[in-house]
Design a protein around this ligand. Structure first.
Ligand SMILES: [Fe+2]
Length: 145
């Protein structure tokens, strides 16, 4: 624990140098990268790590945004760097296996804000299956507007 007198310290780090923590057994929450004293916005490292798969859950207080940054491994069905997923608060989901030997880099942003897709985002978005993080079988059959 460190105490600072005066204005907050500016903390800098290279996201490429962040290493996830793992567990021999059991599930493990992702490593938090940035603390927001208001708890309105939280940022986590969500890269490949040794741990049991996360349980089925819903996040009542936060929309979850995941950015898949790099492989070579996949995050569920996602293999394209720059892919962004959005799980609105309250939506039940599990997420894919994160113990991926090939490795990948991803980040998780949790926000208490209620996000809303713009028309442009809806035009390029796909409906997601929330267990394997792939495109849902009904994508294209239902409208999200
Ligand atoms: Fe989640």
């Amino acid at each position: 624990m460190a105490a600072v007198v005066g204005p907050p310290m500016v903390r800098r780090f290279n996201l490429e140098h962040v290493q996830g923590i793992g567990a021999v057994s059991g599930s493990l929450p992702p490593s938090r990268l940035i603390n927001d004293d208001t708890t309105r916005t939280l940022l986590y490292y969500l890269g490949a790590r040794r741990a049991d798969r996360a349980p089925v859950h819903h996040n009542a207080d936060y929309d979850e945004v995941i950015v898949f940054a790099a492989g070579p491994g996949n995050y569920g069905a996602i293999s394209t760097p720059g892919t962004v997923t959005w799980t609105p608060k309250g939506l039940i989901h599990q997420g894919p296996e994160e113990d991926v030997p090939e490795g990948y880099v991803a980040w998780l942003l949790e926000t208490r804000a209620t996000l809303k897709a713009t028309p442009a985002a809806l035009d390029i978005s796909r409906l997601m299956e929330t267990s394997q993080w792939g495109v849902h079988a009904t994508d294209g059959e239902v409208t999200t507007r």
